[in-house]
Design a protein around this ligand. Structure first.
Ligand SMILES: Cc1ncc(COP(=O)(O)O)c(C=O)c1O
Length: 369
């Protein structure tokens, strides 16, 4: 690798050569595993979502470039903002990326409270932005409000607020978040609020803070709506900010099957279905899983989302051991090295939960727990 870097350095920007690839373990997942590793919806989307995709495929218009008016209107209506405040993207990964590309240049500082979602680091890396990484800390792994507030002194270009945060699980406190946003605004610093999991924590949304001109909220269609394979997400912000982001996103980056699926957000049946799915996960499955963990002496961090960060320190086996055992049982979880020896474990429906507890009990029994 060093040979390659020495030889090819003139061709690639140094920050690209220095960064690593984000290569999540995706291969083979669709082959009959219980999927507790990527926080996706565990059931297929509502039939009316699939109907919109099917209607598009059968329309005889696959050869035509996409058009976005109805999608933008449906998404804006769902998010409760004006259509001019929305840009739809190829997954919310792309929303994050266009915001970084628009705002943080080479050598600029981005504040990314850590640990957090991998693509923040990737997008910062591509830009050559320098990351300041205050740590989530305390018994609930709370957002580091004070450190982030103080970091504004260093004139970052962008501050991240992932709420609820992946992988730690907690949402931010709105009043404390707003203090940071106001001070950042006074200093012309942008705040990116990632709400990938907002449907699982609907009361905690900060979407109305897009009234501040320095706030961007990103969201995804990959989780509660259930179309991760199609790659769709969006950003909401002030119309003038959205106009800037439109220059960066390609004119047809959202494919028309995804766009057709997003138009279904105009349907009350689809909105109800999303709320019902999220309620089953959060109000039924989550308390059952937590009761199970407590009963079995498994430590987990409190979460406002459809996953827990489980701590394997002090257990007679590691997070990687747990991953290996459960994979052989055809159930996938996501081991993590930060925080050390933890795993992020998604929560699904009651059916998924029953299966999960069955397999996790086998894991514990294997180690005499
Ligand atoms: C916090 C967070 N933001 C964004 C995303 C990306 O979502 P998408 O599939 O829309 O790119 C994820 C996916 O895991 C996530 O956890």
């Amino acid at each position: 690798m060093q040979d390659y870097i020495d030889k090819m350095a003139p061709m690639f920007r140094p920050n690209i050569l220095e960064m690593g690839e984000y290569a999540p373990p995706l291969e083979g997942r669709s082959g009959g595993y219980g999927l507790h590793d990527f926080n996706e919806r565990t059931t297929e989307p509502h039939p009316l979502v699939l109907q919109r995709i099917d209607d598009f495929v059968r329309s005889g218009k696959v050869r035509v470039y996409p058009e976005y008016g109805r999608m933008d209107a449906a998404v804006a209506g769902y998010a409760g903002v004006a259509p001019g405040q929305i840009i739809c993207t190829n997954g919310s990964d792309q929303a994050i990326d266009v915001i970084f590309r628009g705002i943080a240049g080479n050598g600029d500082v981005a504040v990314v409270p850590s640990p957090s979602f991998a693509m923040f680091y990737q997008s910062a890396g591509v830009q050559g932005a320098r990351i300041l990484a205050p740590r989530y800390a305390g018994p609930e792994l709370e957002y580091p409000y004070e450190e982030v507030y103080e970091s504004l002194e260093q004139r970052p270009k962008l501050v991240l607020m992932c709420t609820p945060n992946n992988p730690t699980g907690r949402a931010v406190d709105k009043a404390k978040a707003e203090e940071i946003i106001k001070e950042a605004g006074r200093r012309e610093i942008a705040v990116l609020i990632d709400e990938a999991y907002h449907e699982f924590n609907p009361k905690g949304t900060l979407i109305d803070l897009t009234a501040y001109p320095n706030v961007f909220v990103t969201r995804t269609a990959s989780k509660a709506l259930g179309i991760a394979s199609l790659r769709a997400g969006y950003a909401a912000s002030a119309p003038d900010n959205i106009a800037q982001l439109r220059k960066i996103r390609g004119p047809y980056d959202v494919n028309m099957a995804a766009a057709a699926a997003l138009t279904s957000l105009e349907l009350p049946e689809v909105r109800d279905d999303i709320a019902r799915y999220a309620a089953e996960v959060m109000a039924r499955s989550k308390p059952v899983v937590e009761e199970f963990y407590r009963r079995k002496g498994v430590r987990f961090y409190p979460s406002d989302a459809n996953f827990h960060l489980v701590d394997f320190n002090g257990m007679p086996f590691s997070a990687r051991d747990a991953y290996g055992f459960l994979r052989d049982e055809r159930l996938l979880i996501r081991p993590r090295s930060d925080p050390p020896n933890t795993a992020r474990i998604s929560i699904g429906t009651m059916n998924d939960t029953d299966l999960f507890m069955d397999k996790f009990s086998k894991l514990l029994a294997r180690y005499g727990q």
